[in-house]
Structure formats: C-alpha cells, structure tokens
Design a protein around this ligand. Structure first.
Ligand code: GLA
Length: 382
C-alpha cells in the first residue's frame, strides 16, 4: 500500500496532532532538496557528513561513511513516526563495532569461501574477515569507505548519488571498480536503490544494502512477531561456515517456507539443522522469478502492532534473510537501547553467496565494457 499525503494527514489527525503540525506534515510529504550536516570526524581527519532527505512521508538520513542509512523514519497507522532501521548515534560506534548497520555492501555481498576464487584461469586471494572466509567485501569493505555524495532533486523525486572508486587490488579484488549508488525517495515515499558499476579488469561484483529492519522502531525489542513473506520455493543450504553447499533445497515442509506470510518466530525454534548452524535464519532464498530486467515484488514485512509494512521489489535472483542472530545485547543503538538477538532483521537483495566458486549459480562476473546495473525498491505502508 502506498502512503499518500491523505494518509499522513488522516493519520496525524487520528494521533491528535494540531493543525500546525498537520500543515508541516503536509509540507514534509513534498520533496525538498537534501541537506547535510557534520556527523563526525575519522581518526585521519576526514569529515563525515549526514544527509537528510524526506519525501512522500519517508525520512531518510544517510552518512557519507559507508553509504550508511543511519535513520529511516516512517509513520504507523496513526501517523506516528519511528526510526525503523537499527543504527548508532555516533560515528565512532560505526567505525569500531558496527555489524554493517544500514551499510552499502561491496565489492561482494555475503561470503566467498576461503576468500578465494579463480577467474579466467587466475586465482585471487581476498581479505579474509569471517573465520577462513571473506564476508561483505573483506576487512575494509565499501561499508567502511568514505563516499562522495551528490544530492539531487528530479521532478517529484529527491535523492543522493553516492560515488566510490575501489582501486585494482583493494581487498584482493581485481580491477578498478567505479561504483555509483543512487538512493531516491519518490513522492510516494518509496526508497529506491540503483547500483551501477564499471571495471577496468574482469572482476566479481555483488552490491547490496544491509539495513536491519524493526518496523516497531529500533530498540523496541524483538522482530519475532513481524510477518515475513518471500516469493521463493527454494533456498541455498550452507555448511558450518555459512557457505552454500551448492544445493538448491525446497522450502516446502521446512521452517524455510515463507511463501505465505508467517511470523518470524513461528518456526525459528524448530531445530532444523540449517537453523541450528545459523542460530536462526541466515540464508539466501532463491527467488522464483530469477534475474529480471526490472524490479519485481519478492518479499513483504509487516509489524502487526504498528501496522507498518515494507514491500521489496528487485531485479536480483536472491534474498538473504538474516534474523539478527549475532546481536547479543552488547551494542547500544541510536535511541540508547541495547540490541539483543532478533531485535532487527535484514532482507538483502543479492546474487547468491559464494557465486564466484559455484559455476551453477547465476554469474557475478563483470567485464570491462559492461555496466553492472541493479535496482531494489522499498515501499512502505501502514
Ligand atoms: C549477513 C550475513 C550474516 C552476518 C551479517 C552481519 O547478513 O549473512 O551471517 O554476517 O551479515 O553480522
């Protein structure tokens, strides 16, 4: 369901807000040029900015560090806003200990076995940062780089272009990769991500976004009551290091069946060996639609308490559903609440993990002269 301006105003009225507040809610529903402020300074003196943009009832704050979504606010069924994306209040926490909160992930989202792959007869050793494997681009992935950010308004859309150049050999990857990630808020409050990349040498690319969702508001507790639906009849089971075995297993008759919406918590304790390995859900779903030319609906998330909903459409073949298994109460988030296991969940649109070592998976190879282009659209409602 799209959030119209009428919904915002009706919601505001239901929440007992004044005429003045409703007026500003209406103004807020129209796009305006993104603004920036200083968010912090890195150890080497680099300044990190936070950009704020708003359109169609969605409010987004993005850092130049990691292209991180630091806050994403949407209204509930009564028009009350909450930040539905886990994060930190301060830059130092992102630098020191973030489990990829809100980040732009690259050069390769998720794991590459042994941090190694062979392409055109040459082997490459990547930065290894998850046991023996390479995770989310290695020790200093795109999530820990400073991006050039350029704001834009385009008709009724507002957004940011984020640019990053990953040089040949960075984290072990071949080829200088020029990346552009565009975050757009539409006048209906949809958040769209468009990825673009070109390379100087043959390489592998798999870019994604690592927002941890909690539609009841970050810091409000578990997402086990959230309902998830994923349009996938199969998923990719993993070994003990969370590397796909190569098998595409049927979800039918297993806790992995989300073809009809069900609460995350319903089957999370079923004791399926794949869940025991992952401490919950941390798997790639094989989207039934496959790779498509345009984004198609693949997943929905709904919090029955607040009424907030998220619909995801993508052109990508896979979706990593991670149920926040590694959150352990040691990180204190944006609003000052500790995040415990399952206090947020990720729905990462992507190519399958370890594709560079799995010839049967859709290819993630990018060659000079080609342009990598993929898009994901997040639509919110209440
Ligand atoms: C991804 C992975 C998880 C975990 C998180 C970050 O979702 O699949 O295993 O590494 O990122 O903590």
């Amino acid at each position: 369901m799209e959030l119209s301006r009428r919904t915002v105003v009706a919601g505001a009225a239901a929440a007992g807000l004044t005429a003045a507040t409703i007026g500003s809610a209406q103004a807020a529903a129209r796009g305006r040029k993104p603004t920036k402020e200083l968010f912090g300074t890195l150890a080497d003196g680099t300044k990190v900015h936070r950009w704020s943009l708003e359109n169609g009832g969605t409010r987004l704050k993005v850092l130049s560090y990691g292209g991180i979504v630091q806050s994403l606010e949407i209204p509930d069924r009564h028009g009350r806003y909450a930040n539905v994306s886990l994060g930190f209040a301060a830059l130092d926490d992102y630098v020191a200990k973030s489990p990829y909160f809100g980040a732009s992930i690259g050069r390769y989202g998720n794991r590459i076995a042994g941090g190694r792959f062979t392409l055109d007869g040459k082997s490459y050793q990547l930065s290894v940062n998850d046991g023996v494997n390479s995770l989310h681009g290695g020790a200093k992935g795109f999530d820990k780089q400073v991006w050039d950010v350029e704001p834009f308004t385009n008709g009724s859309h507002v957004g940011l272009h984020l640019h990053y150049t990953s040089v040949d050999g960075e984290m072990g990857y071949p080829g200088t990769l020029r990346v552009k990630v565009t975050y757009t808020l539409s006048r209906h409050g949809e958040w769209r991500i468009d990825y673009e990349a070109t390379t100087g040498k043959a390489t592998v690319v798999n870019l994604t976004s690592h927002v941890y969702w909690n539609l009841a508001g970050e810091g409000s507790g578990t997402i086990e009551g959230h309902e998830v639906a994923i349009a996938a009849s199969r998923y990719t089971p993993t070994d003990s290091g969370l590397i796909p075995t190569g098998e595409l297993a049927e979800v039918a008759g297993t806790p992995f069946d989300f073809r009809r919406a069900k609460p995350v918590g319903r089957d999370i304790r079923a004791g399926h060996p794949q869940q025991v390995t992952a401490k919950g859900y941390d798997h790639n779903w094989v989207l039934d639609k496959g790779v498509t030319a345009k984004p198609e609906p693949v997943a929905t998330l709904r919090d029955p308490r607040s009424g907030r909903t998220l619909k995801i459409a993508t052109d990508q073949p896979g979706l990593q559903f991670y149920s926040g298994n590694f959150l352990d109460g040691t990180l204190v988030g944006t609003s000052g609440h500790a995040y415990r296991q399952g206090d947020g969940l990720c729905l990462e649109t992507q190519h399958f993990p370890d594709s560079p070592n799995k010839p049967s998976f859709p290819s993630t190879v990018l060659r000079p002269g080609q342009t990598y282009r993929t898009s994901t659209i997040h639509s919110f409602g209440a």
